[in-house]
Design a protein around this ligand. Structure first.
Ligand code: PMP
Length: 430
């Protein structure tokens, strides 16, 4: 059985340290270069969508269902068949969805940018004219959401993540008491990085809570909505329906994309919300563009056809990446379990495993791993301003490396967690 490190004497810890250090040095001498920093699909996953490149040939009709020519200008908010498909996935109506370009992050960025300059549909004033704009940031969370806030000078307030979503007592208090709080970032399904899916109760409390700001908006980034890793997937309650039921139909903006369904760089993105919200954005979009890339939308619809085909396609993704998640779990289990030096989640979907070390160890672990050639997401990146208050969270992105690379990288990570933990336990003993 595994030994609980905190029960060992200083002499035992020192002995163990030397043994582990020897193993670490062997890895270091191998001059490895393993990049685990971002949640990117591997090439086998991207190969699954190669058929999309043949879904439209030069002999095929490029007419959309309503008879318009996808090669030409027009169709500002997306072709009908793409709206239909993604409306089904997000459980919204055809009028409640806009199809965007290749990146949902760009949609989120542009939405914040417009809110700053023009305000949102429910705003009394542009956010840029307000004395202060604050966002609630359930953390650990997605670093690129936080980067958008930093870019626009939006003050970030970290909110604790619980096993069923953000700590709603904290959220409700902030939005009820502080008119400066204008929004919240949520990755409600298979969250980045914790892999948590929000409970129905959390969804309902977000939809119905009392807010001091008239235009408080939930940025609902449903990036991993069909990205299951098990046959018994998590279920997320429909947020737009919950907002409508609570009498706050304009409170939520939903984002998603096919970045981890088809091609990460050449997918399509979507934004969903109330008709009032979307009509407000449609007017602004009409100034920005004469129409999106409808050929790519048509390619996606002809290749994916319907939700059943998407489900089958996602099962092929899972067949490739589930073994990688399992590799990580079994190495973490063997190296770290029972020692009381780390904890990690086992998500039912998404792209990440979130590892918590003992308090104060994450930064050292990540830097030690990089000495052995393993690049991890920067410690702290999963918190606003890059500041993890307990300096303990490490995001593991297992999809991109080959199985062999992954195995080595996680073995090195485990050694680093063990070594840094022993140093901390020895220091604590004084
Ligand atoms: N949201 C979340 C939660 C993500 O993890 C990612 C990808 N890492 C994105 C958005 C980016 O999506 P897109 O490629 O559509 O910009």
């Amino acid at each position: 059985g595994a030994i609980n490190y905190s029960a060992l004497s200083s002499a035992e810890l020192n002995g163990l340290y030397l043994e582990l250090q020897g193993r670490f040095d062997e890895y270091k001498n191998r001059k490895l270069s393993l990049d685990m920093s971002r949640g990117k699909p591997c090439s086998e996953q991207l190969d699954l969508s190669l058929g999309m490149l043949d879904a439209i040939g030069s002999n095929d009709s490029l007419k959309t269902k309503d008879g318009s020519d996808s090669r030409n200008y027009g169709g500002l908010d997306g072709i009908a068949e793409a709206k239909e498909l993604f409306a089904k996935i997000l459980e919204v109506s055809m009028n409640e969805i806009i199809i965007g370009g290749n990146s949902s992050l760009a949609l989120m960025h542009d939405t914040i940018s417009r809110a700053m300059v023009h305000g949102l549909y429910s705003s009394k004033a542009p956010w840029g004219k307000l004395p202060v704009v604050k966002f609630l940031c359930p953390s650990p969370g997605y670093d690129r959401h936080f980067a958008i806030c930093e870019l626009f000078g939006i003050e970030m307030i970290p909110v604790e993540m619980l096993p069923d979503g953000p700590n709603m007592d904290q959220v409700e208090r902030f939005v009820r008491e502080d008119a400066g709080v204008r929004g919240i970032w949520c990755v409600p399904k298979y969250s980045n990085p914790d892999g948590i899916t929000y409970s129905d109760e959390v969804v309902d409390r977000l939809a119905s809570m009392e807010t001091k700001a008239e235009d408080f908006t939930i940025f609902w980034d449903d990036a991993y909505t069909v990205h299951h890793l098990t046959d018994n997937p998590d279920r997320l309650k429909n947020m737009l329906a919950a907002c409508k039921a609570a009498g706050n139909p304009d409170r939520v903006l939903i984002f998603s994309s096919t970045s981890k369904i088809s091609f990460s760089g050449s997918g399509i993105s979507v934004m969903a919300g109330s008709e009032n919200n979307l009509n407000y954005f449609r007017k602004q979009l009409a100034v920005q563009s004469i129409g999106p890339d409808k050929i790519n939308q048509l390619r996606h619809v002809r290749f994916f056809k319907d939700t059943d085909h998407i489900k089958a396609h996602m099962e092929k993704h899972a067949a490739i990446i589930k073994p990688k998640f399992d590799t990580v779990f079994s190495i973490l289990e063997a190296g770290l379990s029972g020692r009381q030096i780390a904890e990690w989640n086992k998500p039912n979907g998404g792209y990440f495993i979130s590892l918590n070390t003992l308090d104060g160890c994450a930064r050292e672990v990540v830097s030690m791993a990089s000495e052995a050639g393993v690049t991890l997401t920067k410690a702290g990146a999963t918190f606003p301003y890059g500041k993890d208050p307990r300096n303990r969270n490490i995001r593991i992105a297992p999809t991109f490396p080959t199985p062999a690379e992954l195995k080595t990288a996680i073995e090195i990570l485990c050694l680093c967690v063990q070594l840094v933990s022993i140093r901390k336990l020895l220091a604590d003993k004084g």
